[in-house]
Design a protein around this ligand. Structure first.
Ligand code: NAD
Ligand code: TYD
Length: 357
């Protein structure tokens, strides 16, 4: 049986990945290490809470003793590392936790993997690891920085992050690379474009806009709304990660994307149309500092070398996602109260007031 340490499995993509593996694959035990920060929510895993193939552990990836104890208890052969601080806007106002979690947390996991998988742990020159082990770093296309009107990110595009979030993810990627180059640790890095789908925390564009539109609240569009993101349904991201785990070559980076470039304003208008709400709800607010203009992923490597391809069209995916949010209003209501509400007010309070009269 494969034993995978999944970090951040109570968040958006991690919880979708856990459900994907338990529903689609056999003979895999998943140990889900998650600190349950504001973004982690065990409700995301309700459908699998009685499944004996999923063990939840509340804890911090930066807690080296805990990570080592888990390695001793479960003898993992794989790590899929999702846990992170993931929201660009939060990284602009409070960058430090992005460094401790995203960079130091990654290093703690790499050290644990190296210590437990190396066949001669005390021999610093040995590159021999247990057969079949793999560390997979879930990264983002944001490490490449911003594109102009043309071009796409390939795996060799130089890293040029522009936000504290993307800088912390790029730093983590470089550490993963260094553990491959220096210690021969069998690693992969995946760099995916923007995800959407069920269980996404409503601070991110698509769920935020659905939630606000439903409540007839203003939809805060940054700047001119013409920034472009390359959207991928979260389930397609999960199947791509599994393809890398099963067929990826150690040391390789794989970009993941579905060729779905859309301007933010186009998405906002589409959501309003699907919900039958007026465009007068759109509120142009001050632009995000350092806002990347365009992302676009060239997915040739993963599609041609690993045979992965996305299954969702954007039209199908966005329709299903809107339906999901409409049917899971209680889920949204529970997380949009309390602490989240004060974050929201701090983030948008005055700018929305200024733009909606
Ligand atoms: P998320 O914010 O929804 O979830 C992050 C999870 O990590 C939460 O459950 C949180 O509790 C947990 N966590 C945070 N700090 C932790 C710590 N110190 N120890 C243990 N757990 C901790 O994020 P997401 O959108 O699911 O993103 C998952 C990963 O995918 C991230 O690494 C992100 O950079 C990457 N990614 C996200 C996107 C996207 O569009 N969301 C795209 C590409 C890559
Ligand atoms: P987001 O979902 O935060 O993802 P990322 O910044 O990682 O790409 O934002 C997606 C795009 O939507 C980005 O260009 C910023 C924009 N945006 C808004 O215009 N208004 C908002 O309220 C939010 C959250 C994002």
């Amino acid at each position: 049986m494969k034993k995978i340490l999944v970090t951040g499995g109570a968040g958006f993509i991690g919880s979708n990945f856990i459900q994907y593996i338990l529903n689609e694959k056999e003979n895999i035990l998943l140990v889900n290490l998650d600190l349950l920060t504001y973004a982690g929510n065990l409700e995301n895993l309700k459908a699998v809470e009685d499944d004996p193939r999923h063990h939840f552990v509340k804890g911090d990836i930066r807690d080296r003793d805990l990570v080592n104890r888990l390695f001793e208890e479960y003898d993992f052969d794989t790590i899929v590392h999702f846990a992170a601080e993931s929201h660009v806007d939060r990284s602009i106002t409070a960058p430090e936790v992005f460094l401790t979690t995203n960079v130091m947390g990654t290093q703690a996991l790499l050290d644990a993997a190296k210590a437990h998988w190396k066949l001669e742990p005390d021999n610093k020159y040995s590159w021999e690891y247990r057969r079949g082990v793999r560390y997979l770093q879930v990264s983002t296309d944001e490490v490449y920085g911003a594109l102009g009107k043309t071009g796409m990110f390939i795996e060799e595009t130089p890293l040029s992050p522009n936000s504290p979030y993307s800088a912390s993810k790029a730093s983590a990627d470089l550490l993963v690379r260094a553990y491959d180059q220096t210690y021969g640790l069998p690693v992969n890095i995946t760099r995916c474009s923007n995800n959407y789908g069920p269980y996404q925390f409503p601070e991110k564009l698509i769920p935020l806009m659905i939630h606000n539109a439903q409540q007839d609240k203003p939809l805060p569009v940054y700047g001119d709304g013409m920034q472009i993101r390359d959207w991928l349904h979260v389930k397609d991201h999960c199947s791509a990660i599994y393809a890398v785990l099963s067929k990826g070559i150690p040391g390789e980076i794989y970009n993941i994307g579905g060729n779905n470039e859309k301007a933010n304003l186009e998405i906002v208008r589409l959501i309003l149309k699907e919900l039958n709400k007026p465009e007068s709800l759109i509120a142009y607010v001050k632009d995000r500092p350092g806002h990347d203009r365009r992302y676009a992923i060239d997915n040739t490597k993963i599609t041609s070398q690993l045979g992965w391809k996305p299954t969702y069209t954007f039209e199908k995916g966005i329709h299903e996602t809107i339906e999901w949010y409409l049917h899971n209003i209680e889920w949204v209501n529970r997380i949009t109260s309390g602490a989240y509400q004060s974050y929201y007010n701090q983030m948008y309070g005055s700018s929305l007031e200024a733009n909606t009269d």
